[in-house]
Design a protein around this ligand. Sequence first.
Ligand code: RB5
Length: 149
Amino acid sequence: MKIAIANDHAAIELKKEILMLLDEMGIEYINFGTDDTKSVDYPVYSQKAAMSVASGECDLGIVMCGTGIGVSLAANKVKGIRCALCSEPYSAKMAREHNNANMLAMGARVLGVELAKMTAKTFLQTEFLAGRHNRRVELISRIEEGETL
Ligand code: RB5
């Protein structure tokens, strides 16, 4: 499994913690930045990670900004991306099991480091349940194709 990682200036410290978690878990990643504390525009970085997931280069992605909102909105504009903004492990588990989310967004100014790490770990360790959930996720893709359900 390979994970796409991206963040803006507000989430550099949280990103470092998440990279350490991935190292501990033995999970490969691509870090799309930013690694600079200078103010940057979050869509630029979130798009890089989202495109990597959408192309299949990475299997899942984790994006972070101050609230997690901006990076999630940007990632979800990339076709094929289902990015879930989560602030605790239960939502992260459900995002994988029910929604087949392929990206997790977190807010560095919202979650403490330990809660963020638990949320990310849960997301990475949970599989999509498929079954009845498949149909619903498929409906989301059809909206993306411009279809009226
Ligand atoms: C940057 O100040 C902040 O707007 C950004 O990190 C994020 O929270 C946007 O959604």
